[in-house]
Design a binder for this molecule. Structure first.
Ligand code: AMP
Length: 422
């Protein structure tokens, strides 16, 4: 009698249900643990062929999440290989903060906003206490459980930090959440990058739309400077030494209240400290949690009482009549993005990828290289701008896809005009 493959035994324990979503590295399914009856989420990551090497992103996510046990961080329950894929089993979460922010039927009171941002900062404070940078903070990576608890998820880009000489890639975070030091190409950074992203999330909760919606890295800096004024060297002395530094047209800072008219004084004070330009002067997550914003009235809403959307409608992966199926069906045509980590430390390759996606970072390099003294202009459209579709890391092609129907309508309109004339 042949002995059963132990990984198959583990895989058979989970009954796969519908697809919950697709991340950069693989598909996430809802599943039932037949042993405990618990609903779980399983992230299936392609391990890659031998010659492609080990998928370090997955291994890193496992290693870091094993260390990070906190009520505001997603729990990794199990991990097992099966049929050339690595399966990460997580606690199941009903929705995420992006769905909350987008849902027009939800009213978020100042106490609700305080509760959501407090849970975000608590999860982040735990990461930083353990010397881990998340590096991909954004509303759809903040998952919300059935009891209203918010938890940080997607640690695929997370890294251990702390060593002063350690160099990292600056191609992290979705652009709208990227700190100015990253946009200026710094390779040595710390917990401040997560604080900046958390501040963008805080602003997004207040405005109910993404705050700084840059369409390129240069434009992102322009949006930041329009909101907070162009930084001066007394405000941020190290700025001019950053690898991709370019001079921007000077604009003074408008009053923060003009951007957040309904916010309390405490809210604005905390926001301004989180949005401090100089990462060395930026408030830490722990200091932010100790800010009087969290102890003054109104106190944060109890998570169980927070408004939440009805559970997300998910892409159904199974025929309901078939009932649950066993994990790992033959799904062949999944598109999985290339491993971002392979590009880390290989700037040529990273640059090529940026070029392909139409990134204008190369242009920044060119301007900096020629040392032309032409300050880059600042874009004021942040004031009352409409939400754009969310860019993720190096996925500018999405813009072209979005643009396509508009181009088609334009040509159709031209043709109609022509026919009407002849
Ligand atoms: P990720 O690869 O971690 O970015 O996950 C991709 C998508 O899968 C997310 O945007 C969520 O919609 C969904 N997802 C990930 N983890 C969970 C979870 N623990 N519970 C429910 N849905 C999840």
């Amino acid at each position: 009698m042949t002995e059963m493959d132990p990984s198959k035994k583990v895989a058979d324990r989970y009954l796969k249900r519908e697809v919950l979503g697709e991340g950069t590295y693989g598909v996430v399914y809802k599943a039932i643990d037949t042993k405990t009856g618990q609903t779980v989420a399983i992230k299936k990551i392609r391990l890659g062929k031998q010659k492609e090497g080990v998928n370090f992103t997955a291994l890193r996510e496992i290693k870091l999440l094993k260390e990070l046990k906190d009520p505001n961080i997603i729990e990794l329950i199990d991990a097992f290989p099966h049929k050339g894929n690595l399966h990460l089993v997580f606690e199941f979460m009903e929705t995420d903060l992006e769905a909350v922010i987008r849902d027009r039927n939800i009213f978020l009171s100042p106490a609700d906003i305080k509760s959501y941002i407090q849970m975000t900062l608590k999860g982040l404070a735990f990461c930083h206490k353990k010397w881990v940078l998340h590096r991909d903070m954004k509303p759809n990576n903040l998952l919300i459980g059935p009891n209203g608890q918010l938890k940080l998820a997607d640690f695929g880009l997370a890294r251990v930090f702390g060593s002063p000489d350690r160099k990292f890639t600056h191609q992290v975070f979705a652009r709208w959440y990227r700190a100015p030091e990253l946009l200026f190409g710094t390779k040595q950074y710390g917990a401040g990058v997560d604080v900046w992203a958390a501040a963008c999330i805080f602003a997004e909760l207040l405005l109910r739309r993404p705050f700084l919606q840059g369409t390129s890295d240069i434009d992102q800096l322009g949006k930041i400077f329009a909101a907070f004024g162009t930084p001066t060297s007394s405000q941020w002395p190290d700025m001019v030494y950053l690898p991709d530094y370019v001079e921007y047209q000077f604009v003074p800072a408008p009053p923060l209240r003009s951007l957040f008219p309904m916010a309390s004084d405490d809210t604005l004070d905390l926001l301004s400290k989180m949005f401090t330009y100089d990462p060395k002067a930026r408030i830490s997550v722990q200091q932010a949690l100790e800010h009087r914003y969290f102890s003054s009235a109104p106190l944060p809403t109890d998570p169980a009482k927070l408004p939440r959307p009805t559970p997300k409608s998910r892409v159904s992966d199974i025929n309901p009549q078939d009932g649950p199926t066993v994990l790992s069906p033959p799904r062949k045509s999944r598109r999985v993005m290339p491993d971002r980590e392979r590009f880390e430390g290989n700037s040529n390759l990273a640059e090529k990828i940026n070029e392909c996606d139409g990134e204008v970072r190369q242009a920044v390099g060119d301007v900096a290289g020629k040392k032309e003294h032409v300050p880059t202009s600042v874009d004021f459209s942040i004031f009352g701008s409409k939400p754009l579709s969310r860019p993720t890391i190096n996925r500018l092609w999405v813009y072209w896809v979005n643009l396509f129907p508009h181009v088609m309508i334009f040509f159709y309109f031209l043709r109609e005009c022509h026919l009407a004339c002849v």
